[in-house]
Design a binder for this molecule. Structure first.
Ligand SMILES: [Zn+2]
Length: 177
């Protein structure tokens, strides 16, 4: 119980003072992904999403490859998002072949709200502690800065930690060179 309590305290500190990025994405890749999500929303008519993969061997925080939900399962964008098990099998195969791991996912919301819905909270795309779920507003149909993104970290039985605004910007670092 003491360990658990201590860990919660650390989580709380990390939430209050996120001192460094947990996810790093190059600006060019970020812009490409937002444009692609907007395009796949069919003019803002449906939610879309993408998994963010990093290298296990090199830099586990740095996103190197996007994998769009509808490339894994072409029929998964059904208003909300439902990827069938074969879609996840494809994702795991790809990770194994290329020594990558899934560190986060992005999905879009229709309006300005980047808070999680009840469905989002109850159905993490990857139910692994430390996985991040990012939410982008307006179906990704306009440019988005890190401070406009909802950053949500899955913490297993302890639920989710969320960051918004300037705090989100510190957890999600979009790097330009
Ligand atoms: Zn959502």
């Amino acid at each position: 119980m003491i360990i658990r309590g201590f860990r919660s305290f650390l989580d709380w500190c990390r939430w209050l003072w996120p001192s460094r990025a947990y996810i790093e994405i190059d600006l060019e890749l970020w812009l490409q992904m937002i444009e692609e999500l907007g395009r796949r929303s069919l003019g803002g008519r449906r939610e879309t999403g993408v998994f963010l993969l990093a290298s296990i061997l090199e830099s586990p925080r740095h996103v190197v490859k996007p994998v769009y939900f509808d490339d894994l399962d072409p029929e998964c964008l059904v208003g909300n998002i439902h990827i069938r098990s074969f879609g996840f099998s494809k994702l795991w195969e790809l990770c194994e072949e290329e020594n990558l791991c899934v560190i986060a996912d992005i999905h879009t919301h229709p309006g300005s709200s980047v808070d999680q819905s009840l469905t989002d909270r109850e159905n993490p795309m990857i139910a692994r502690e430390g996985h991040f779920a990012l939410i982008v507003p307006y179906f990704g149909t306009r440019s988005v800065q890190a401070r406009e993104v909802g950053v949500h970290e899955y913490r297993g039985d302890r639920g989710w930690a969320s960051w918004f605004g300037p705090k989100a910007e510190r957890v999600l670092r979009i790097r330009s060179y």
